[in-house]
Write a protein that binds this ligand. Structure first.
Ligand code: ZN
Length: 500
């Protein structure tokens, strides 16, 4: 490696490690931190974020970058070094558009916003959260203006999570998905072969559920030597390097599928991080490339693998071992139960058919709040009206409506569409994976996931953040994002289950 690129790498290694420290503070905030520490933690994260921002945007960073760029000019543009320099430039350009004081203020509001959201959700009172939400959106709008955009303010926000994806791309995806999802849900509602989900409801010991999730997640290939799983109000995966990947899940005594599938989902994120190449450690090339590709990994393990008939045949005897109440059902009964399609209030519990309608609703509300068409105090009303329109149901409380997600409280605006992009990418990749491994179904039925994980390691994880999401999709599947695979997947699966 040339000297100037090495210098850039060394300098940014310190920043990457500081970012990992903030990630650990955040994980602690969401899991074990005493409630009373919220203000102190907000200050700690704010100070660290400000320091990181200064280090990423100061003269030293700029001078190192310019020198490294001069060296990188003669390299293969797809080499690690050339990509490392190019990605550092992209981050630098984005960061230098935000003044340090603005970054500190945004970060403080995000940490405080979380605290206010937790209290409002607990008290089921959106009005308590509305002023904070308004402030967060104000700062978000300001951030988008600092970044700049061509077509729509939303594109500036989306670019942070899904590079090169625009407002129009998202509108196009929903234009294709919405009528399809609505008509499939309608056909299922009229099916003469309805699904009985009662076997997965009951009274399930939480300690046993925890053991079950740990066992299954380990079988998938998640490495507990460099990871762990804890509980959080809203499950997430957090990592401080590929050697410290932390999953969270949540347990419902009355509904065993919640913890099991949340664990599969987060483990999908976690294995992506654990698969990031060692040679990228401590550099900007480490970890996943985007939220959409990240979500394709979690949704693949949760749904395309975890909710498949073959997976259910494998996992069901293990489920029974931990939760003997399941004795009275069969693997097929379990498979049908975990695939029940039914309009529901909570996004993270939504089935595969209605899920994207939950995302569409949030996307539309975010756009409305950003352009002033929706007043903050009216969010619950607008939310409920859209739920009625898309899913035919109306939440009776804010907690099961507009207060259910953590995202807005943390300033994660422009984030939700990446879930739908992830669904589409997951089906497109799984199609390719299945072609490469004709015996995949039989392997999964035996609890052998080496082909799945091996293919993902080679075609997705092994790139780390070196390539942009569009490039990863193209490299892995040989074509650009194509919603046909997801539509075909849903059609085949649910036509069979519901005898359509
Ligand atoms: Zn996820």
């Amino acid at each position: 490696m040339s000297e100037n690129i090495q210098n850039l790498r060394d300098y940014f290694a310190r920043i990457v490690r500081m970012g990992e420290t903030v990630a650990t503070l955040f994980w602690d905030q969401q899991t074990y931190m005493p409630v009373g520490a919220a203000h102190a933690r907000a200050e700690q994260i704010s100070v660290m974020s400000e320091l990181i921002h200064q280090m990423r945007t100061n003269d030293t960073a700029y001078n190192l970058l310019v020198k490294a760029e001069a060296e990188a000019g003669s390299l293969d543009p797809d080499s690690d070094d050339a990509r490392l320099v190019a990605l550092t430039r992209k981050h630098y350009d984005r960061m230098t558009k935000l003044p340090s004081e603005f970054v500190a203020e945004l970060s403080r509001q995000q940490a405080l916003g979380h605290e206010v959201w937790v209290a409002a959700r607990k008290e089921n009172d959106f009005a308590k959260f509305a002023p904070t939400l308004e402030r967060i959106f104000e700062l978000t709008r300001q951030k988008a203006e600092y970044f700049g955009y061509k077509d729509h303010i939303y594109s500036a926000l989306l670019d942070e999570y899904e590079t090169d994806t625009t407002y129009t791309d998202v509108v196009n995806v929903f234009t294709e998905m919405k009528p399809y999802a609505v008509s499939l849900a309608h056909a299922i509602a009229g099916s003469k072969n309805p699904v009985d989900a009662s076997p997965i409801s009951g009274d399930f010991d939480i300690a046993k559920q925890r053991e079950l999730t740990l066992k299954v997640v380990e079988k998938l290939g998640f490495d507990f030597h460099c990871g762990r799983q804890d509980e959080a109000a809203h499950p997430f995966c957090n990592n401080a390097s590929r050697y410290d990947v932390r999953l969270t899940t949540r347990f419902d005594r009355k509904y065993m599928a919640q913890a099991l599938y949340a664990s599969l989902h987060e483990a999908g994120h976690g294995m992506y991080e654990q698969g990031s190449p060692e040679r990228f450690e401590g550099t900007v090339l480490a970890g996943g490339t985007s939220l959409g590709v990240h979500e394709s990994q979690s949704r693949m393990w949760e749904n395309l693998v975890g909710r498949s008939r073959n997976f259910c045949k494998w996992v069901f005897p293990i489920v029974k071992e931990y939760l003997p109440q399941m004795e009275n059902t069969t693997a097929e009964g379990f498979y049908r139960a975990v695939n029940k399609v039914e309009p529901s209030f909570i996004r993270v519990e939504a089935d595969e058919v209605t899920y994207n309608l939950h995302i569409l609703l949030r996307f539309e509300i975010e756009c409305g709040l950003l352009n002033g068409e929706i007043a903050f105090k009216d969010v619950p009303e607008v939310w409920n009206a859209k739920m009625q329109e898309y899913l035919g149901i109306t939440p009776s409380t804010d907690s099961e409506g507009c207060l259910q997600d953590v995202h807005w409280s943390e300033g994660l605006i422009g984030y939700f569409p990446t879930y739908t992009l992830g669904n589409l990418i997951s089906a497109q990749m799984f199609h390719k994976l299945r072609t490469a491994h004709p015996n995949l179904d039989a392997e999964i039925e035996q609890g052998n996931f080496t082909s799945v994980l091996g293919w993902l390691r080679e075609n997705v994880h092994g790139y780390g953040a070196k390539f942009f999401p569009r490039e990863v999709v193209l490299k892995a599947t040989g074509e650009p994002l194509n919603s046909k695979y997801y539509v075909d997947y849903l059609n085949n699966k649910f036509s069979d289950i519901y005898s359509l």
